[in-house]
Write a protein that binds this ligand. Structure first.
Ligand code: BES
Ligand code: ZN
Length: 392
């Protein structure tokens, strides 16, 4: 068959255009290198730009992210087990040594004993229960759903109401490139407002262990992570009830889209790069007592120095038992902060292997904690101790 040159060029352009239109969107994730062979076998990986034998950065189709999360879960019993990156330049940061500036500014001594003691007895289990019940009444809090946005807006309005008498407090939506926003409550420091302390947890929930319709599954997420948001809300309530005016700036954050690769917290942490965030504490799963020791201080992707400080606070103020434990992967939002170069800690409800077995299912409800919040109360006590001892 004979095509004049002009026609030939048009046909070629048409074919190239089609090929281009159907090119799936690529993103990068970082994974433990020992997961590579399975991910390759399942044909998720298009190429591996970098691996140091422990961690690998790989390129995948954005549309496969949820399936990859399933495979990580079923093959490696790691939920998720990877970190999500929009670009390679962002991804390759995982190989950079993380900036360490803990000891430069922060004095981890304990010296507000009387003040802290006067707050501990005020932690109110009933208030914590109320927030858990409210949040788990949404069908789910998925980052792509209407209900995922509505639940974050509920948090925003609840926090706004709690703090309406204070003009040093603002509550704002932090928008992302997807439907669900993060919510940030800021109390401006009265003495050194440039120094920031962050109290965070994820507001989203997810459910389902099969490929397919996860987005619409019922995901009450009572423990994972209404229980963390309830603890943070209790801290806000205590600050206001005692008319406490911090010297440093305090930020209380409900992150969006944690369950799909720590995406909300990554945006928030990156937005504060270059600022003096002197400490971050993560509350994700606080209300299921799965181990003899009450609190596990997650030792990977965290600051060992700040972890030791938390251990001292637990001994001195909470009267609970603790131990160290590893998640083994970037399992929650503390890792986003750690990755961005900040000092983060993650006190967790149990030894990792004894965590609430009902998470990511329709059974993650308050009855699994006897309809109570006594375990979460310990985390609120730790949180308020950390707040008051850090803010000086
Ligand atoms: N709360 C979990 C993390 C968790 C679960 C820690 C059990 C320790 C024991 C968190 O919400 C979560 O599910 N994270 C994801 C991480 C991910 C998508 C990068 C996970 O583990 O699947
Ligand atoms: Zn989860």
């Amino acid at each position: 068959m004979f095509f004049p040159l002009k026609e030939l060029i048009l046909i070629l352009l048409f074919m190239a255009g089609n090929a281009f239109a159907s090119t799936p969107e690529k993103v990068f994730i970082s994974v433990d290198a020992d997961t590579l062979s399975i991910l390759k076998k399942e044909k998720f990986i298009s190429y591996v730009p970098k691996s140091d034998g422990k961690v690998a950065v790989v390129e995948v189709n954005k549309a496969d992210i949820e399936k990859i999360s399933e495979v990580m879960h079923s093959e490696f019993h790691r939920c998720g087990g990877f970190m999500f990156h929009e670009s390679y330049s962002d991804a390759k940061n995982v190989f950079e040594p993380v900036l360490k500036k803990d000891s430069l500014f922060v004095d981890y001594s304990i010296n507000r004993q009387d003040l802290v003691s006067s707050y501990l007895g005020q932690v109110d289990e009933k208030k914590i229960i109320e927030v858990i019940e409210k949040l788990s009444s949404y069908p789910n809090r998925h980052y792509k759903n209407k209900t995922g946005l509505a639940s974050q807006r509920w948090i925003k309005s609840y926090w706004t109401k709690l703090t309406k008498k204070r003009n040093d407090i603002s509550v704002k939506e932090f928008k992302h490139s997807w439907r669900q926003s993060s919510v940030i409550l800021t109390i401006k420091g009265s003495k050194t407002p440039g120094e920031i302390i962050v109290f965070g947890g994820h507001g989203d929930s997810i459910s389902g262990s099969r490929y397919g319709r996860r987005q619409d599954n019922r995901a009450p997420g009572a423990d994972d992570n209404a229980s963390g948001i309830a603890v943070i809300t209790e801290l806000i309530r205590l600050v206001v009830a005692n008319n406490y005016k911090p010297q440093r700036t305090l930020k209380f954050i409900s992150y969006a889209a944690e369950e799909v690769g720590l995406r909300g917290s990554r945006d928030v942490a990156n937005s504060l790069k270059g600022r003096d965030v002197i400490g971050v504490i993560q509350f994700d799963m606080t209300n299921y007592k799965g181990s003899n020791n009450d609190i596990t201080l997650v030792s990977d992707f965290t600051s060992s120095e700040q972890n030791r400080f938390l251990a001292k606070l637990i001994d001195r103020y909470v009267g609970a038992t603790w131990s160290y434990g590893r998640c083994g992967y970037a399992c929650s939002d503390h890792a986003s902060w750690n990755q961005a170069g900040f000092t983060a800690s993650f006190p967790f409800e149990a030894q990792i292997r004894n965590a609430n077995p009902h998470i990511h299912s329709s059974r993650d409800t308050l009855d699994k904690s006897e309809y109570g919040a006594l375990h979460a109360v310990k985390f609120a006590k730790l949180g308020i101790s950390y707040l008051l001892e850090m803010d000086q």
